[in-house]
Design a protein around this ligand. Sequence first.
Ligand code: GLN
Length: 515
Amino acid sequence: MSLIELSATELLQQLSRGDVSSRQVTRAFLDAIESRDGAVRAFLRVDADAVLARAEAIDERRAKGDRIGPLGGLPVAVKDVLCTQGEVTSCASKMLENFRPPYDATVIARLRSADAVILGKTNMDEFAMGGSTENSAFHPTHNPWDLQRIPGGSSGGAAAAVAAGMAPLSIGSDTGGSIRQPAGLCGVTGMKPTYGRVSRYGLIAFASSLDQIGPLARTAQDAALLLEVISGHDPLDSTSVDREVPSYSQSVTRPLENLRLGVVREHFGEGLDADVNASVREAIEVYRSLGATIEEISLPHAKYAVATYYIIAPSEASSNLARYDGVHYGHRTDQRAMMRQLEAERSALEKAGDEAALAQLDSPLVRMFRRTRAEGFGDEVKRRIMLGTYALSAGYYDAYYLKALKVRRLIRQDYDAAFEQVDFIIGPVAPKPAGKIGEFQDDPLSLYLLDVYTVSANLAGTAGISIPCGLSGAGLPIGLQLQSPPFEEERLLRAAHMYQTATDWHQRRPELQGI
Ligand code: GLN
């Protein structure tokens, strides 16, 4: 078996036994990137020489007998939403195309001290807004199972990289499903941890009360390895929680007994694809055969989740993105050209004697803000900023934003009540398998509706994992979602692993025809 076909856990064993070097492992994934990423386009940037140098440095330390961190020289791909010191961190936006952060995100720092080899930065929807990775300002990413299709999003690059064997592990972020949904559509395992489990320091903010960083991997066992390294309290993120980090990678193989799973009545209604329905129901039967009891539950406010999310997330985004003003960092419009244009406008208005229009003319500073933002942001980001600004504006705040916060609380209460009855909620990740690239272009709402099963976990602050549970008639991956109460990641990973010992959906690989 070639190195890129092994799980991260297997690779780590080989690395620690000295059977392979980090350089060999890293080289194998770099070779896969070289041959496959021209078609998949999961990565935005890979600096192969620097990556190999880092792997070699770890090998040298190991040869000297130094203690090596828990990721032992394993390559990890990282979504381009996490700050990497001195290296471009673009958030797939023209706004940050040349932005080199002066610091590492805490998750990056933890990866480095765990002796991961950061392989490159992966593509995403601009500022993590989207569910298809088509909103990247640079290029779309293609689903390795069918290159005509989306990989999901916004962590589409991170999911496609793992699915195509270009990285054993990757890091994504999830504000409304952006880890779980692409994991589902690409046939890999992805987890959104509880809000507060992983530090958001150095994560470029989209919606701060919803954003959470998490692992993507082939298996729950591999995800456990990565989650263990990135979790934990961080004084630099006041919302990170000071709670012990369980040794997920040790406990993940221990099966759970007397598991009670809740099937949400509202999740199996209209809009659910027949293949997804069938695969999810089959997965539920697998759990039953493993000794779980299945109960029907209700999340009565689930039907408001998408609407609530699309008020709260854009509201927070409109505030967070106010910082891109052309002054602090990132893109700034060409000021000479801008001043020439402004002067031309002024003299034309003066000539015409249009006093009213002259009085309305932008000051140079305001014009600089306007042009910078008009040039730097893509359409979807602008749409979110407008939606959010509207929902927060005087006169509308109570009707939209405040109302959404109240519904958010009701959604959380639904979860609290459900978790009195069951250990986990089981159901689909997305209502249908991956759509075609371009399919959603003229209808952003159709893409928003794909978030129906994922946004509630973010609104409620709970944890969720997506694991492969089938293939559609067209051969596209289908994801199963398990959701747990807050800070139950350990049990959630164990439950996912149980399923993966009983089934082999997580071992299916795309054929990558022609590449
Ligand atoms: N698809 C959702 C959105 O567009 C979720 C994005 C995310 O989780 N970052 O907002």
